[in-house]
Write a protein that binds this ligand. Structure first.
Ligand SMILES: Cc1ncc(COP(=O)(O)O)c(C=O)c1O
Length: 356
């Protein structure tokens, strides 16, 4: 599903130089590499501010807190996502409220959001799942008249576009993850909040560093979630390749589409508003587990994102019937897709799926 070493080998001289620069420097946490990466990543997104944090979960959590979310509030999100989306909401003290997803895009269904807008709802977290933006215009049309904040979960969607605009610029703030397997991955944990709102950016900067206003004065209870210099220096190297890697992901997705045209699986739907960045290439099959078993027998790794919808997770259990999310949990299968994958490897996966 992923080859971390292949990504390193492709960039070894530049990454080694970046690491040496940090180790020989004066600061290992929140120093010049983080500052430079923040500026470069914000520019790459087409946004004004990026603030580096320890991981994507904390990015979402502090972005929500910076937008005023806290205990007693409810935050509406999609039932089909990483459990870390729900965890980030819960860590603010708010209660996650799960809504169903669109049957074709796997992203939050706006009519489900409309039905969930109870008085305590303070914010909405659309998830750009698998690399495809949610239907942001419909979601913002619900949020804006009610004064609700909207924070994008862009952890799987670096560089994805909604009607020509990159994710990270579509709402009040956005959370990115740099977990190693992400489209832009560190060699450990990392994350960032991206926003056009200078107040939100300033609050995130304070929150990520313990909630202190200066070295000695802690004015709010923040978190300790800082991006380190090594990760930032390596992310800077990889950011320069990200557009090229996204093109490669999209080319591999096209190969899959051609190779699987006659296969007994449902292919990903690229919405008319979307430029999908294929963090994952997810197919749907009523016989998912049998297919997965056959592929495994041929030495082909696959994963399931995600086998348990969030409203049925023990940690977040909520009484709801969300039929699309429940069906997807039983039927989705992620096939291998990462930029270093060879065309022939995709062809081999296709042959194995078609034979099923
Ligand atoms: C949709 C989504 N949200 C949030 C996260 C959390 O990111 P991290 O693992 O960097 O905390 C992830 C990744 O795991 C994710 O895929």
């Amino acid at each position: 599903m992923f080859d971390a070493a292949a990504q390193y080998r492709a960039l070894a001289p530049e990454i080694d130089a970046a690491v040496a620069r940090v180790l020989g420097g004066k600061q290992y946490i929140l120093g010049p590499e983080v500052e430079a990466f923040e500026a470069e990543f914000a520019r790459w997104c087409g946004a004004t501010h990026a603030v580096g944090v320890g991981n994507g979960t904390d990015a979402l959590r502090v972005a929500l807190v910076a937008c005023g979310v806290g205990a007693g509030d409810e935050v509406v999100t999609s039932a089909s996502s990483s459990p870390f989306t729900a965890l980030a909401i819960a860590m603010t003290g708010a209660r996650p409220v799960f809504v169903d997803v669109d049957a074709r895009t796997y992203t939050m269904a706006p009519d489900g959001v409309a039905a969930a807008l109870a008085p305590r709802v303070r914010a909405i977290v659309p998830v750009h799942l698998y690399g495809q933006p949610a239907d942001m215009d419909a979601i913002l049309a619900l949020a804006r008249p009610r004064g609700l904040r909207v924070v994008e979960d862009a952890c799987q969607a670096h560089g994805a576009e909604y009607r020509g605009r990159r994710v990270g610029t579509l709402a009040d703030a956005a959370a990115f993850s740099f977990y190693p397997t992400k489209n832009l991955g560190a060699v450990g944990d990392g994350g960032a909040v991206v926003t056009a709102d200078a107040d939100v950016a300033a609050r995130v900067r304070m929150l990520r560093d313990g909630g202190r206003a200066d070295r000695d004065r802690h004015v709010v209870r923040g978190v300790n979630s800082r991006l380190d210099e090594l990760q930032a220096a390596i992310l800077r190297v990889k950011l320069r390749r990200l557009d090229e890697w996204t093109e490669r992901r999209r080319a591999l997705a096209r190969l899959y589409r051609d190779g699987l045209a006659s296969a007994p699986v449902e292919l990903p739907f690229e919405a008319p508003w979307a430029r999908h960045v294929y963090h994952l290439f997810v197919v749907r099959s009523a016989a998912r587990d049998a297919l997965r078993g056959r592929l495994a027998a041929e030495g082909i790794d696959t994963l399931v994102h995600y086998p348990i919808p969030l409203h049925q997770q023990e940690a977040f259990r909520a009484p709801a019937a969300l039929p699309n999310a429940e069906r997807d949990a039983a039927q989705v299968l992620s096939l291998p897709l990462f930029p270093q994958l060879a065309d022939e490897q995709v062809a081999r996966v296709c042959r194995a799926v078609v034979a099923g």
